[in-house]
Design a protein around this ligand. Structure first.
Ligand code: HEM
Length: 421
């Protein structure tokens, strides 16, 4: 989307954060980000069509912005995007988004509390059996696929979407609809996901309407027939003793549906890509499945599928030696923070044995810390172990392809060939 606007900036390096195609070449992207961490770690970016912002690239500063939620607030414009996206929604009379990432303070806490228990580590532990069963089903596809497949579209994407569906408690037959809707919302900048639409704004608005129709029906059903699934929790959720408003409930469904699978599938596909490029680490994992745990952390650090969020300063504040003025916008660059040489040893080396992977900021930090982090971690390590338990050899079968999107992106096609055990 941002590519269409031909943005200009005071320092052209600042464009890497908002130019969709820049995320399709992550080696070049990381080289520029490393330069910025050294030379301009808090960079003022002024680009046509975008509210000017400060790009924050060092680990310590992304950490500080996330921790200081008293100063750096989430707002309706938390998801980085050109102003036109928001202006269009407003012009079309569509309410601004009200998901957890768009709310702040007490209101955010109250809304987060609706599902917080559901995502606590103890509750998520109970999902393991379901995640195992779904992972087995997709890993078994390797047998049918007969030695060659696209590990992204044949396994990672459908696996992660089915886990989210099972968490919601909605039937498998609705998966295709869900995939089209979420890729339409988050992947609209990538031509592969545009389908018949030529106008990305049209795509987004029509997708929101489809989401609405779908989830209204789900809400009615779970109110009439409550179960123990997440849809029941959201459909019957209350804030201050009253049911969630229609808009708030819809956005709640949307945040879980959208945040929950693209992100995780990119962690899997991009992480697998690295394993295939490091046969020694692949062999170590095959010899010792317990390594799936640290390997999953490294895959999530390395891929960092959520590229950034915006935060809005509520007062003048010092950040890494720069004064951020009240009203200014800062962009938290998670992929850059995850490669900060001040925190990670040899940050540009993929290493499943690294002792510092737990410093990753891929899930953010503080009051907006990823609600689904424990689910995502379980998904990545489970699928990793299941695939490796089935294959004897596995290698790249062509060049991977990357999605170009500035908000959530990663490896979208990962051709592999393999032999089974
Ligand atoms: C590897 C996979 C994932 C990554 C990299 C990721 C990353 C993130 C990031 C960076 C944030 C914002 C954190 C902040 O502002 O400090 C976030 C928030 C969120 N994520 Fe994830 N996520 C992943 C998977 C999931 C899954 C599987 C779910 C749901 C099942 C989920 C649900 C959410 C929700 C609901 C929020 C909003 C939390 C809030 O604002 O209070 N995410 N995620």
């Amino acid at each position: 989307m941002s590519d269409l606007l031909h943005p200009t900036a005071t320092d052209p390096r600042g464009l890497i954060f908002i130019t969709s195609s820049a995320f399709a070449d992550m080696d070049a992207w990381h080289a520029t980000a490393a330069e910025l961490r050294r030379e301009a770690p808090i960079l003022r970016v002024e680009a046509d069509g975008w509210t000017p912002f400060w790009a924050v690239t060092r680990h310590a500063d992304v950490f500080e912005v996330s921790r200081r939620s008293d100063v750096f607030w989430n707002t309706v414009r938390s998801a980085p995007g050109p102003d036109l996206t928001y202006d269009m929604l407003e012009a079309l009379g569509i309410d601004p988004p009200r998901t957890l990432v768009h709310l702040h303070g007490e209101v955010h806490n109250k809304y987060r509390a609706v599902t917080n228990d559901w995502f606590k580590p103890a509750a998520v532990k109970h999902l393991q059996a379901a995640i195992d069963a779904i992972a087995d089903e997709f890993a078994d596809r390797l047998v049918e696929l007969d030695g060659r497949c696209d590990l992204a579209t044949d396994i990672a994407v459908p696996f992660t979407i089915r886990v989210i569906m099972s968490i919601f408690g909605v039937p498998e037959r609705d998966e295709r609809t869900m995939l089209e809707l979420t890729q339409g919302l988050f992947g609209a900048a990538d031509p592969e996901y545009l389908g018949d639409f030529t106008d990305p704004f049209d795509l987004i608005t029509s997708n929101i309407k489809k989401f609405e129709a779908y989830f209204d029906q789900l809400t009615a059903d779970r109110r009439a027939y409550p179960t123990d699934d997440l849809a029941t929790v959201i459909a019957n959720g209350e804030v201050d003793g009253a049911p969630l408003g229609d808009i708030e409930r819809l956005w709640y469904y949307i945040i879980v549906a959208t945040a929950g699978h693209d992100t995780t599938s990119y962690a899997l596909s991009g992480g697998f890509e690295q394993l295939l490029r490091h046969p020694d680490q692949l062999a170590a994992l095959q010899a010792d499945p317990a390594l799936a745990h640290p390997a999953a952390e490294e895959m999530i650090r390395w891929t960092s599928p959520v590229r950034s969020f915006f935060r809005w300063a509520q007062e003048d504040v010092e950040l890494g030696g720069t004064t951020i003025a009240e009203g200014d916008v800062v962009l938290t660059s998670y992929p850059s923070a995850n490669r900060d040489e001040a925190v990670f040893e040899r940050p540009d080396e993929f290493d499943i044995h690294r002792p510092d992977a737990d410093k990753l900021l891929s899930f953010g930090l503080g009051m907006h810390y990823c609600l689904g982090a424990q689910v995502a971690r379980r998904e990545v390590r489970t699928m990793l172990a299941k695939v490796l338990a089935r294959v004897d050899t596995i290698e790249l079968d062509g060049e991977p392809e990357w999605s170009g999107a500035h908000f959530v992106s990663g490896v979208k096609h990962l051709p592999v060939r393999y032999t089974l055990r």
